[in-house]
Design a binder for this molecule. Structure first.
Ligand SMILES: Cc1cc2nc3c(=O)[nH]c(=O)nc-3n(C[C@H](O)[C@H](O)[C@H](O)COP(=O)(O)OP(=O)(O)OC[C@H]3O[C@@H](n4cnc5c(N)ncnc54)[C@H](O)[C@@H]3O)c2cc1C
Length: 346
């Protein structure tokens, strides 16, 4: 387990005893990005489906929900290999169609900060499940919430300082990168510059756990902060004030402004590099259908829509604005199981 959500950084480490909760999967033949956590999660699920002899229909896209005279959901209209099909649902329909990260119209309307940015999701996340349920009067929640990844090396960010377009620090650099991404895109106009001195940069690159990803050249290098400030086109004294304030406290190993942990705090000295992280964010949406504890989709009246359940990113999940890695899989697995049980009992 690892600290994957900023649990051991400010302000959380003073609120609760930090507990590592992110999974670092161990499996034979592990290959990051190809055969890792996702594989380890899906393989047993797929094997169990096969062992139980459950019917699976591939390449079947849902188009409409079907209701009876009492407005109970009793089936779906879909397309299988291009041909229309109808499916009768004896006990209920569980929507698990993902987010709306790839529906431009919905992104523009609900999460405009993500407009024009790459979606950290698969292209099938087109919001269809949300739209279909809306057509039956479903309630939505937290439609403006989004996860935001930032493509920066945590080892480098923790050792440097991140400043916005005004040359000011705005987030604890040793926290969960998703938190840095949200602070960058949602609160600082997607302006992020990582400033790090030569000594710290060399140390970050030599770290055993250094990532092979996020390796690129700095946009500017300079011998002094004043020189870097001018190169970046910042008003005189803005960046110099930021670094002077940071260094004043860093001499004593503290960061009273934002609370970076002492192990990462050191004065910025000597030759400097500045990595331009503007536009280095991507996200997926976190809002969706309002559901209850049994994953029943709620109508705007507050009552459940009979026969309709939903789980995963097409619902408004547990995390909303305070997204942490793992919360997505939790929303899918926990509420998927609740939905299955509730539907089976229907
Ligand atoms: C690079 C990356 C890293 C991530 N890392 C983590 C992590 O470490 N921890 C974590 O918790 N989350 C992580 N996530 C997020 C997480 O993987 C997703 O949010 C989660 O898988 C969504 O689950 P879901 O069941 O809602 O949707 P999905 O697993 O995407 O399933 C939705 C399914 O619905 C299908 N579908 C869509 N439309 C239709 C239709 N009309 N008819 C029929 N089927 C349809 C799609 O084809 C898809 O198979 C990561 C995501 C990315 C992109």
């Amino acid at each position: 387990l690892m600290y994957s959500g900023g649990e051991n950084s400010a302000p959380f480490l003073d609120i609760a005893e930090p507990a590592p909760r992110g999974h670092v999967p161990e499996l034979a033949g592990k290959k990051i990005g190809e055969r890792s956590g996702g594989y380890m999660l899906m393989k047993p699920l797929a094997d169990t489906v096969a062992e139980l002899g459950i019917d699976v229909e591939y390449d079947t896209r849902i188009r409409r929900l079907v209701v009876d005279d009492e407005d109970r959901v009793v089936g779906v209209l879909a397309t299988t290999y291009g041909k229309p099909v109808t499916v009768r649902a004896a006990r209920g329909v569980v929507l698990a169609t993902g987010s709306f990260a790839y529906d431009t119209e919905m992104i523009d309307r609900y999460t405009p900060r993500l407009s024009g940015r790459p979606g950290a999701a698969i292209e099938e996340h087109d919001g269809i499940g949300i739209r279909l349920a809306q057509a039956l009067g479903a309630e939505l929640a937290h439609m403006d919430a989004s996860e935001v990844a930032i493509f920066g090396d945590p080892q480098m960010m923790a050792r440097g300082i991140l400043v916005n377009g005004r040359g000011q620090r705005y987030v604890t650099e040793d926290t969960y990168p998703g938190r840095i991404g949200q602070a960058t895109l949602l609160q600082n106009d997607n302006q992020a510059f990582l400033i790090i001195d030569e000594t710290s940069l060399e140390e970050a690159l030599a770290t055993e756990s250094a990532t092979p990803f996020f390796r690129f050249q700095p946009k500017w290098v300079a011998e002094t902060v004043a020189e870097l400030e001018a190169e970046m086109g910042l008003p005189a004294q803005t960046l110099q004030t930021t670094v002077a304030t940071y260094n004043q406290h860093a001499e004593h190993g503290t960061d009273p402004l934002l609370g970076k942990k002492p192990e990462w705090v050191r004065p910025i000295k000597g030759a400097l590099a500045c990595f331009d992280l503007r536009g280095f964010t991507a996200g997926f949406t976190l809002g969706g259908l309002r559901t209850d504890l049994d994953s029943r989709v709620l109508h705007v009246s507050g009552e459940p829509i009979e026969g309709l359940f939903a789980a995963g990113r097409c619902t408004s999940g547990l995390c909303a604005y305070g997204y942490v890695s793992g919360a997505s899989l939790g929303d899918g697995s926990f509420y998927g199981r609740r939905a299955g049980k509730a539907a089976a009992a229907g």
